[in-house]
Design a protein around this ligand. Structure first.
Ligand code: AP5
Length: 229
C-alpha cells in the first residue's frame, strides 16, 4: 500500500490466519493484507523478538526456544495472544501470522473467538517447496526500525543494507542460520502441519501457491479471501 494511504477495503470483522512453513511469506503477506484492511497485524514471532530485545521476563522465557528453532510452550504464547486480541484495535478484525501453531493453540483460539462472539476465522495456507523456503530464509533481511521485510535475492532494498521506507538498518534474524532453520522446519512438520487438516475439516481453509513475486501472491491471497486486491 502506498505511504499515507488509508485502508482500501472494509475491515474483515474476523480473524484472518496465515498458516505455512517458515519462509513461505506469512509475514510479507500478513503485513500487506492487514494494511489494506486497516486492521492490526499480530505476529507472535515479532512479539517474541520485541520482548527478547527489551529483555522482559516473557522475552527471557521465550529466548532459548526461539534461538533453537523450537516452539515456545503453549501457555506462554496463549497468555500473550489473549491479551493482544482483547485490545480495542482488534474489534474490527485482525491478521494473525505465526499463530496458532499447535492443536492446543488452535482450540484455545476457537474458544477465545467463540466467547467474543467472533465469526469463524479465515485461514490462508501458503504452500512453497523446500528449496525456495531455504532461499527465502537465508536471504531475508528485516528493518530494525519498522520491521519491513526484504530479501537480498528476490526483494532487495534500493540501497544495500538500508530500509526503503525509513532508512533503518537491515539485519539478519539470529534464527535464520541453516542449523536453526532445519529445526524450525521440523517443528513445523511435527506440530503445525496438522492444523491444515484441522482447518480444512472446518471448511475455513484456502491453500495458496506462494511461489512468484510478493505482488502475485497477494493477488492470489485476496482471491482466496473473496476480495478484489
Ligand atoms: P516466526 O517469526 O513466526 O517465524 P516463522 O514461522 O518461522 O516464519 P518466518 O517469519 O521465518 O517466515 P514467513 O513465512 O513470515 O516469511 P517472510 O514473509 O518473512 O517465529 C519465530 C519463532 O518464534 C518460532 O521458531 C518459535 O520459536 C516462536 N514462535 C512464534 N510463534 C509461536 C507460536 N504461536 N507458538 C510457539 N512458538 C512460537 O518471508 C521470508 C523471506 O522471503 C523474506 O526475505 C521475504 O522478503 C521473502 N519473500 C516473501 N515472499 C516472497 C515472494 N513471494 N517472492 C520472493 N521472496 C519472498
Amino acid at each position: 500500500m502506498p505511504d499515507g494511504a488509508g485502508p482500501d477495503i472494509d475491515a474483515p470483522q474476523r480473524a484472518i490466519i496465515f498458516l505455512g512453513p517458515p519462509g513461505a511469506g506469512k509475514g510479507t503477506q500478513a503485513r500487506e493484507v492487514a494494511a489494506r484492511f486497516g486492521v492490526p497485524h499480530v505476529s507472535t514471532g515479532d512479539m517474541f523478538r520485541e520482548h527478547m530485545a527489551r529483555g522482559t521476563p516473557l522475552g527471557e522465557q521465550a529466548r532459548r526456544f526461539v534461538q533453537n528453532g523450537a516452539l515456545v510452550p503453549d501457555e506462554v504464547v496463549l497468555g500473550m495472544v489473549e491479551e493482544r486480541i482483547s485490545r480495542p484495535d482488534c474489534r474490527s478484525g485482525l491478521v494473525m501470522d505465526g499463530f496458532p501453531r499447535t492443536q492446543p493453540q488452535a482450540e484455545a483460539l476457537d474458544e477465545i473467538l467463540r466467547q467474543g462472539l467472533w465469526a469463524p476465522p479465515r485461514v490462508v495456507h501458503l504452500v512453497l517447496d523446500a528449496d525456495q523456503l531455504l532461499r527465502r530464509l537465508t536471504g531475508r533481511r528485516t528493518c530494525a526500525l519498522g520491521g519491513e521485510i526484504y530479501n537480498i535475492y528476490d526483494r532487495p532494498p534500493k540501497v544495500a543494507g538500508r530500509c526503503d521506507n525509513d532508512g533503518g538498518e537491515l539485519v539478519q534474524r539470529a534464527d535464520d542460520r541453516e542449523e536453526v532453520i532445519r529445526e524450525r522446519l521440523s517443528a513445523y512438520q511435527a506440530q503445525t502441519q496438522p492444523l491444515v487438516d484441522y482447518y480444512h475439516g472446518r471448511g475455513v481453509l484456502a491453500s495458496v501457491d506462494a511461489a512468484g513475486s510478493p505482488a502475485t501472491v497477494t493477488e492470489r491471497v485476496f482471491g482466496a479471501l473473496g476480495q478484489a486486491p
